[in-house]
Design a protein around this ligand. Structure first.
Ligand code: COD
Length: 300
């Protein structure tokens, strides 16, 4: 498979095969319903909604979604909407899960629930993808929404989850930049110590299927020019396919800067669960929600 280099190619992958059933917890939101309608029309998904029938029907009427006829399972409150949607994925009846208008904490706790949740790999993590031009390609970055302050062992898991996604997108040996504020190891900046450790682990074969370097600052991870200016000699510098961010704050700020300021196309999913999970926030555009459904369908 040649590497997927655009969000449009992600859409094309999502349209292959039969539509995947997507269980949606609490879809009481305009953009969630609009993006589901669009993904259904495109042949990517078959929605199975867990929420309040009357609210969903009135929103669909307001949005003029006349041809959108999803199956709806009545749920009295958010907690039961999440639990039933998660259980439906766990049973195999649905192949993807999506968060609607429900708090991120409630939703994530449902996925992690020991009795009915979707844990598969040791750590679940959030992975976002943006499309950049010149040359056109996808850059994966993580973790912007789930793991708050990962330690070295958790960063290794997050890195491996992102590399797994890169492989699914045809990037055979992704270049991973472990991001910090500077590209030199500084004992006062713990993120640089973790980055150096991960780079050494990869060099010694403890991390497979990718090339890892760090610490790298964002500019010299993504710009060959910036790396050259700073005299950085590295197989990753300027060419990173994966950006491993130090914590949720750095990741979340980067995600919002890319979407809101740079206006680059974005998609995001949680990986490491037994099925892909679409976790977008209320502030995400309808386009990002649609792209995220497509990404989840493409890898399910
Ligand atoms: N993967 C697998 N297991 C996990 C993970 C994970 N990412 N996180 C926690 N666990 C396990 C722990 O090992 C433990 O067994 C159990 O879950 C409970 O662990 P806690 O007490 O640390 O976790 P919780 O339930 O209090 O919180 C987990 C959340 C994912 C809800 C929490 O980390 C969180 O709130 N993350 C940030 C979510 C957020 O607000 N994002 C907003 C950005 S848009």
């Amino acid at each position: 498979m040649s590497p997927v280099t655009s969000i449009r190619q992600v859409h094309a992958l999502a349209k292959q095969g039969t539509p995947r059933t997507i269980a949606v917890a609490c879809p009481h939101d305009d953009d969630v319903l609009l993006s589901l309608d669009r993904a259904t029309t495109a042949g990517m998904v078959r929605p199975l909604l867990f929420g309040r029938h009357a609210v969903i029907e009135s929103l669909c009427a307001k949005l003029h979604l006349d041809a959108f006829r999803p199956e709806i399972v009545e749920c009295a409150d958010d907690a039961s909407g999440v639990e039933l949607a998660v259980r439906t994925v766990r049973s195999g009846e649905a192949q993807m899960l999506m968060k609607g208008l429900v708090s991120t904490g409630t939703f994530l706790k449902g996925i992690l629930n020991k009795e009915f949740g979707l844990r598969d790999r040791p750590l679940l993590s959030h992975v976002a993808v943006f499309e950049t031009a010149d040359p056109q390609r996808l850059v994966i970055f993580t973790d912007v929404a789930m793991n708050i302050a990962p330690d070295l062992a958790q960063k290794l898991q997050i890195l491996e989850n992102a590399v797994g996604l890169a492989h699914r997108l045809g990037i055979e040996r992704p270049k991973v930049a472990v991001i910090a504020a500077v590209e030199t190891v500084n004992a006062e900046m713990p993120a640089t110590l973790d980055a150096a450790a991960l780079a050494k682990m990869a060099e010694r074969g403890q991390i497979k299927g990718c090339v890892v370097d760090g610490p790298l600052a964002l500019d010299n991870a993504l710009s060959v020019e910036a790396a050259r200016h700073k005299g950085i000699v590295s197989p990753v510098a300027g060419l990173a396919d994966v950006l491993l961010l130090p914590d949720i704050e750095a990741g979340n700020v980067l995600y919002k800067a890319i979407g809101l300021v740079a206006k680059c196309p974005l998609a995001a999913v949680i990986v490491g669960a037994s099925a892909p999970v679409v976790l977008t926030s209320r502030a995400d555009s309808g386009e990002t929600k649609f792209n995220s459904i497509a990404l989840a369908a493409a890898i399910s």
